[in-house]
Design a protein around this ligand. Structure first.
Ligand code: PLP
Length: 402
């Protein structure tokens, strides 16, 4: 049993909505307690609201937790991905291979650098980037690969690493779903040259908005720190020589700084990560067990040698003509107050990419087929046992009609 089971996600709010039988169950939600609130209040009354001691403290705590040498905190997961692209030297005309099933930010970060995202298809059973499909997209201009640990399941990082080595590519992990996941005993955050995490409220831990990049390269970490602060050199040597007013903007960067009160929340949340993961895995186990008895809907496949972090619990409608049946399942669950979602519309099908990068339907058949089948069930650490049971009952009762 863990502390978050019956500790309602609405703790601290005046009315306990989770007690109402048909109250909405979101697919994801933050879990904030008194300790978190206290940490934020303490930071608010300190001397630093931003760029103070809480930022380094959060970076060190996360680096220690995942087992990486360097961590750079920024103000979103998208900023983390942008920093990763800059840190690895991705620039105009460079091609970067990304999976088609992901959030748009995975591809957008390449475009921010003037690069070209090249969409590769996913494995139909896991929806993770297929290393063979990725290899087929490599050209003389390819500079990097971004693997997405979709739903919280790590990619086949050994295969992606071998591919990156063979073709001299940088390897990036979009682990925005996967804080706390592991692959062959190695933690997410250590599986690629640079890893990006997000602290959006639906993710494993939250800072409201926020993100982090991890790396073992001192030089890459240094570049990303500079990029987070307008491209201003953090070289204290010149400051000491020229005068303390002196600073130098050596390259174009952004203001991607995160505040101290957000980092205070992150530090407090990180202490609860293991309990959060335990509860997510417990809910996933109940869903998986129940779905053994359903023949028209099934969870995505689980690879060997991984510890899944279950940011999402994705089920797929089985058999022919799935789109119509998926729509009916989605609408039935929504009407029952179970706020399922679909993750994701294949990125290459978005108007922007079709207009500017000449992508089109048919380019990633497994991703496009999966898109017609998938539904993300609610999963978050504040979910009560009764809510999990309600999702299972509603799903199982309807699955016979699919
Ligand atoms: C959440 C997420 C992001 C972006 O994170 P933000 O913090 O919302 O900017 C990027 N990639 C994936 C796969 C995500 O789930």
């Amino acid at each position: 049993m863990n502390a978050y089971r019956n500790n309602s996600s609405t703790a601290g709010m005046p009315s306990n909505l989770a007690d109402v039988p048909n109250s909405p169950i979101p697919y994801g939600r933050q879990c904030i307690d008194q300790e978190d609130m206290h940490s934020v209040l303490e930071a608010l009354s300190s001397d630093y609201l931003t760029t103070g001691p809480k930022v380094a403290e959060f970076e060190n705590a996360l680096a220690h937790k995942v087992g990486t040498a360097y961590a750079v905190a920024v103000n979103s997961g998208t900023a983390a991905l942008h920093c990763a692209m800059y840190g690895l030297g991705i620039g105009p005309g460079d091609e970067v291979i990304v999976p088609s099933i992901t959030f748009a930010a995975t591809a957008n970060c390449v475009v921010y650098r003037g690069g070209i995202p090249v969409f590769a298809d996913v494995d139909p059973h896991t929806l993770l980037l297929d290393p063979e499909k990725a290899e087929a997209k490599i050209t003389a201009r390819t500079k990097a690969l971004i693997g997405v640990d979709y739903a919280g399941q790590p990619c086949d990082w050994d295969a992606l690493h071998a591919l990156a080595c063979r073709h001299n590519l940088s390897l990036v992990a979009d682990s925005c779903h996967a804080l706390g996941a592991a692959y062959k005993g190695r933690n997410a955050g250590t599986l690629a040259d640079v890893t990006a995490f997000s602290f959006h409220p639906v993710k494993h831990i939250t800072t409201g908005e926020g993100g982090m990049v991890t790396t073992n390269s001192r030089e890459t970490a240094q570049r990303m720190r500079q990029f987070r602060n307008h491209g201003i050199s953090a070289d204290h040597h010149t400051r000491a020589q020229e005068g303390t007013w002196c600073y130098d903007m050596v390259d174009l960067g952004f203001n991607y700084r995160i505040t101290d009160f957000q980092c205070a929340l992150g530090i407090s949340q990180l202490k609860k990560l293991d309990a959060f993961l335990h509860r997510r895995r417990e809910i996933a186990a109940w869903y998986s067990q129940a779905l053994l008895d359903a023949d028209r809907v099934a969870p995505l496949a689980l690879n060997k040698n991984v510890q899944h972090a279950y940011h999402l619990f994705v089920v797929a409608v089985q058999g022919t003509h799935p789109a119509d049946r998926r729509r009916r399942l989605f609408e039935h669950l929504r009407q029952a107050g179970i706020l399922v979602n679909v993750h994701y519309i294949p990125v290459h099908l978005h108007t922007y990419y079709r207009h500017h990068y000449e992508t089109a339907p048919g380019q990633c058949p497994s991703a496009e087929d999966a898109y017609n089948r998938i539904v993300s069930l609610p999963i978050h650490p504040g979910m009560r046992d009764s809510e999990v049971a309600r999702v299972i009952d509603t799903l199982m009762n309807f699955s016979g009609q699919l």
